[in-house]
Design a protein around this ligand. Structure first.
Ligand code: TYD
Ligand code: MG
Length: 453
């Protein structure tokens, strides 16, 4: 082994520094430099054995490159297909991030058991027995799903060369270790190097690779940001662990749109794709209570009806409480200020609790009107009209602002049996011909008058 070389890596952005310093030169973060031992032997990473389907790269005219869509590997999981833009592209490297316990391992094992191909599922976190126990809970069987418990990339490549799998799954990239770098697993240089080796393997053999990535406290994928640049697709699996619904989103996709989402339900037998999310998320509110409003929102390209619940009560302590689940707390404060200033409601001395049911969180501005309607309904203790939903953004002067894709929202509301939708007034020539009553209003006061007289 040659002389040991050391360098200091920023744990945030991965920039290499020759000596320690308090601030990273590149991302300007403080106290992020960590010393790591690096060694650079001549040959490293994945090397093609004769029997692997390795291809050597040569320049070809762009017109001569064939791109038939059939080449995509369609997953039996419709939600994943949708998020990936139609299936896995040969040679693509996908990174799946998410909070611990959200279901990343479950999702990938489930896919491994459903796709009728030869899959190598490498786990650095669980033993083969643990994976088998998990697989037994999932109702699927694939005799060509191989499980390997290993963390050394060179040993993994050795097994890959013997097995020649159609898809490789790595759970997780933070547990991998390459023998060419001497720092501990999960450090910036290890993650970067292991990702680079796997990408090299994927591109040369046209084998799709799916990596699981841990995320940090603030919701970013642990390790260098550069890893997200290196891979082709970055997916985020999110949701509230205490609820059953999970949303799969593409943050980056070199082979498809990032506007699509997949919705899953966590059951005792694994994850199930949800085709009709709106129907499941709406409670029927059978007793017709106050404080409930339905918002017609868009999550990516899909319309989604969300139920908002609000509770307004007199504050017992000096400072009124404002608490939200699934909705931006700052936005709630802004809406309360608008209600006070423009519509004359004195909510300053009231506690306001707001909840989007089902553990879903949404940033769609179209939620504003439903939030305001739910708050006022609870404030007056008067239930809102039945079978009415809301879709409009509220501006600072209390004006209702139109939201994009209104025709899709209206169609979804009609499909689910709503009678009316309250939205902003806007000049659109071609509103869809629907049986649903479209109520257009300009200002929040008009909506208040309409709802509470
Ligand atoms: P897991 O896939 O281990 O999460 P991650 O890999 O993202 O850390 O998911 C673990 C959770 O999923 C666990 O809390 C239990 C739940 N679960 C089910 O509810 N049903 C199932 O069939 C399985 C396998 C897991
Ligand atoms: Mg896991």
């Amino acid at each position: 082994m040659s002389k040991v070389k050391k360098a200091f890596f920023c744990q945030k952005c991965g920039t290499k520094h020759a000596q320690w310093q308090g601030q990273c030169n590149s991302c300007k973060e403080w106290n992020t430099l960590v010393e790591e031992v690096i060694e650079k032997p001549a040959a490293k990473g994945w090397t093609a054995p004769d029997k692997a389907k390795a291809l050597t790269s040569q320049p070809i005219p762009i017109a001569a490159i064939s791109t038939n869509e059939e080449a995509r590997i369609h997953c039996p999981d419709q939600e994943l297909n949708r998020v990936l833009g139609g299936g896995l592209v040969p040679g693509c490297v996908t990174l799946l991030g998410g909070e611990p316990g959200i279901g990343k391992s479950t999702l990938l094992l489930q896919i491994s058991l459903q796709i009728p191909l030869k899959i190598l599922y490498v786990s650095g976190e669980e033993s083969q027995r643990q994976i088998k126990l998990r697989a037994d809970r999932i109702n699927a069987k694939n005799d060509h799903c191989y499980v390997l418990s290993e963390t050394q990339t060179q040993k993994i490549f050795q097994q890959i060369n013997e097995l020649v799998p159609d898809i490789v799954i790595i759970d997780s990239i933070q547990t991998l270790q390459t023998q060419y770098i001497d720092s501990s697993p999960g450090s910036v240089s290890q993650i970067k190097e292991c990702t680079a080796e796997l990408i090299q393997f994927a591109k040369k053999t046209h084998t799709p690779v799916i990596l699981v990535g841990h995320i940090t406290k603030d919701g970013n994928i642990a390790g260098p940001k550069v890893m997200e640049h290196m891979v082709d697709t970055v997916l985020h699996f999110e949701g509230d662990r205490n609820h059953i619904y999970r949303i799969l989103r593409a943050q980056k996709n070199r082979f498809g749109s990032t506007a699509e989402i997949g919705i899953y339900e966590m059951q005792s037998s694994g994850l199930r794709g949800v085709n009709n999310p709106s129907e499941l998320l709406l409670s029927q509110n059978p007793e017709h209570m106050s404080g409930h409003a339905i918002a017609s929102t868009m999550e990516g390209m899909r319309p989604l009806m969300l139920e908002i619940q609000a509770l307004v009560s007199t504050a017992v302590y000096g400072t009124p409480q404002r608490s939200t689940t699934g909705f931006n707390a700052k936005r709630l404060n802004m809406l309360l200020a608008v209600l006070e200033k423009r519509a004359g409601f004195q909510l300053g001395a009231k506690d306001v609790f707001l909840n989007i049911t089902g553990g879903i969180s949404s940033e769609d501005p179209a939620l504003d009107l439903a939030v305001v309607a739910a708050i006022l309904s609870s404030h007056h203790d008067i239930a809102l009209p039945k079978n009415t939903c809301y879709a409009a953004e509220i501006g600072l002067s209390g004006e209702l602002r139109p939201v994009p894709k209104l025709d899709q929202r209206i169609r979804e509301a009609e499909k689910l049996g709503f009678d009316a939708i309250i939205t902003a007034n806007f000049k659109q020539k071609t509103l869809p011909k629907t049986g649903i009553h479209i109520i257009m209003r300009n200002k929040i006061e008009e909506v208040v008058y309409q709802l509470f007289g």
